[in-house]
Design a protein. Structure first.
Length: 626
């Protein structure tokens, strides 16, 4: 199939995908995906941009306003941080069919992180912050042919005739602009700061954008309309503070003099001087000629509804429910889930945008530099994906995918793809639950049943002496005696397990517990992994002893055998569940032994209680000729 793809590409798309004189092999590379030029070099834009700018273009909105708002306003900062935190809440992964290609990509990213002193996770966080905050993120590539900056033993060839990429750096969108031709194709990038001006070629910058209008150069941040709402809210809060101040310290009107003897200028100046020098807690002593009266507003506006309305506008503009800011009021969990679902949808949309640009312009170039071509050979593609931040929705999707697989609606590979996982690699299938536990449990049950059947068969055969005693000696016999025996048998049952056998069964279980404890101690002493197989072997050996003990001299009832097998299987499954994630490095020896002892103790109590109270069915003698 890959050869057919290559033939079609050469035959019909020769102008679109020139091979540069190199022959591609079946893997789609001739020592590298860099063996062909990218199709973007051959296809030009045919639609015009929306403005007449011939120089570097500034965004339609001042991104510095968003930067200042993020640095000074708690609502904007918390809103942006919540989006970024939710995007990375469940982490991310790299998915690819070929594990060798995935390993190569991780190796390149690790070397890039080491060369730039910026972890890959921090690079992604910086990109996400810029996309959420500004609607734009500019990632500048650093190129070098220095062997120390490239993984050893890997043939890496740069695209565009340039050196391979050895680093990625996020430029501040506030200081970064681009120059475009008449058709909107970027021909140069520029970063201008107080330190100076730097220019970059378009192939050395990856531009992430969100909600970009047709013909525009930059994306539009969802915070642009929120800024006015935040300003209005802060202005209203300032007015409320002034009103509070006015009512706490009311305005005073002081009248000096009476109608008969008006106050003089000297008296007014003296009183004014006294008021100005008076402490807040102080008072004045005057004559009857001075009348002091506070003037306060009789009607104070209740500003709470207005503040709530303006605050709600801010929350709505950011797409964040009030409950995320601690405004739960009477909302229950169901209401809270419904309110946060809309925010989760926007988070998914932003995550898909980041994934799209990262896969198309970063991962693809790294793969082609290493000799892989994810376009002509899809098996060599690797995808970067964020894990769904809404765990409940993710679980529902995973359960639905498994349901479709169980009902033959999709294949196993399709089901695993919906789960966000690669197809099961060769050799890993034997490590799955059905192989390790389900089939092994069925094997143990079959082995126990076979041993029981063999023991019962030996008991039925008996010895010649007992067989002769059990034979009918002929004649009608004593009918009265037979009748009495029949009556006695119908009215009486007896315990079919002797006390001596019960004691032997207890000893077998105790020996099994000691054997398991000793095995665990040996694992901790040698720092080796505790294996499920070893524990199962000890449980099976104990069951053999129990069945042998019960079957000696008498036949074990089928119901008893089934109950013992059920208890044994339950013990094995419980030990498996308890041992998941347990190892000699992270768990203490006493903790593991205590867990096993509790399980074995429950198994022992249940089995001994059942055997002690077990009553066999009454045996009935049937008369000859009846």
């Amino acid at each position: 199939m890959n050869r057919i793809k290559m033939f079609m590409a050469k035959k019909f798309f020769k102008e679109l995908l020139p091979v540069s004189g190199k022959q591609f092999d079946a893997s789609g590379s001739s020592g590298g995906g860099a063996g062909r030029e990218l199709a973007s070099e051959s296809v030009k834009r045919i639609v015009y941009k929306e403005n007449n700018e011939t120089d570097f273009e500034d965004p339609d909105f001042d991104l510095s306003d968003i930067q200042n708002g993020y640095n000074t306003d708690s609502y904007i900062r918390q809103g942006v941080d919540k989006y970024v935190d939710q995007i990375f809440k469940e982490g991310y992964s790299f998915y690819g069919t070929d594990t060798n290609v995935v390993d190569y990509l991780k190796l390149r990213l690790s070397y890039i992180a080491e060369a730039t002193n910026t972890p890959t996770n921090q690079l992604l966080i910086d990109i996400a912050e810029d996309v959420v905050k500004y609607g734009n993120a500019m990632v500048v590539k650093a190129r070098s042919n220095d062997p120390n900056a490239l993984p050893p033993g890997v043939n890496v060839t740069g695209l565009y005739g340039k050196d391979p990429v050895v680093g990625y750096f996020c430029a501040n969108p506030v200081t970064t602009t681009c120059k475009r031709d008449d058709y909107g194709t970027v021909i140069e990038w520029q970063q201008k700061t107080d330190k100076g001006t730097a220019t970059f070629n378009p192939e050395d910058v990856v531009h992430f954008y969100y909600k970009r209008e047709k013909g525009n150069a930059y994306g539009t941040s969802f915070l642009i309309p929120v800024l006015d709402d935040v300003r209005a809210l802060r202005q209203a809060e300032e007015n409320v503070l002034k009103m509070m101040y006015r009512n706490i310290y009311p305005f005073y009107h002081i009248a000096v003099g009476t109608e008969e003897a008006t106050g003089t200028s000297k008296e007014v100046d003296a009183l004014k001087e006294a008021l100005d020098g008076m402490d807040v807690e102080g008072g004045l002593v005057t004559t009857e000629r001075v009348n002091i009266k506070p003037i306060a507003s009789d009607k104070v506006i209740d500003a709470e509804p207005y503040l709530k309305y303006m605050e709600s506008r801010v929350f709505s503009g950011m797409g964040i429910p009030e409950i995320m800011f601690g405004r739960g009021n009477t909302a229950n969990r169901s209401t809270g889930d419904n309110m946060t679902s809309e925010m989760a949808d926007r988070i998914r949309a932003m995550s898909r945008v980041i994934e799209m640009f990262f896969n198309t312009f970063i991962i693809k170039e790294l793969l082609m530099e290493g000799g892989y071509d994810p376009v002509l050979n899809p098996d060599q593609s690797v995808e970067f994906r964020f894990n769904d931040n809404d765990v409940d929705v993710m679980i529902k999707k995973e359960v639905h995918a498994i349901y479709k697989y169980e009902h033959n609606a999709i294949t196993e590979d399709e089901m695993r793809n919906e789960l966000g996982k690669d197809p099961i690699p060769d050799g890993d299938r034997e490590k799955m639950f059905v192989e390790l536990i389900t089939r092994e449990t069925l094997r143990v049950q079959a082995e126990i049943s076979a041993q029981t059947a063999q023991a019962n068969g030996n008991s039925e055969n008996g010895t010649p002496e007992t067989n002769n005693k059990q034979k009918n000696q002929g004649g009608s016999g004593n009918k009265k005696s037979s009748s009495n025996s029949k009556s006695s048998s119908n009215n009486k049952t007896k315990n079919s397990i002797e006390p001596q056998k019960i004691g032997l069964i207890k000893d077998s279980i105790d020996n099994m517990e000691d054997s398991i404890d000793n095995y665990i101690k040996e694992c901790f002493a040698s720092n080796t992994q505790i294996t499920q197989q070893k524990l199962m072997e000890k449980v099976v050996a104990c069951n053999k002893e129990i069945l042998y003990t019960i079957s000696r001299g008498s036949k074990a009832d089928d119901s008893m055998v089934a109950y013992i097998a059920k208890l044994s299987t339950r013990l094995i499954n419980q030990i498996h569940t308890d041992m998941i994630g347990t190892n000699t490095f992270a768990t203490s020896e006493s903790s593991v032994i205590d867990i096993i002892d509790v399980r074995v103790g429950i198994y022992k109590d249940s089995l001994i209680k059942y055997i002690t109270n077990y009553k066999s069915l009454p045996s009935v003698m049937i008369e000859r000729g009846s």
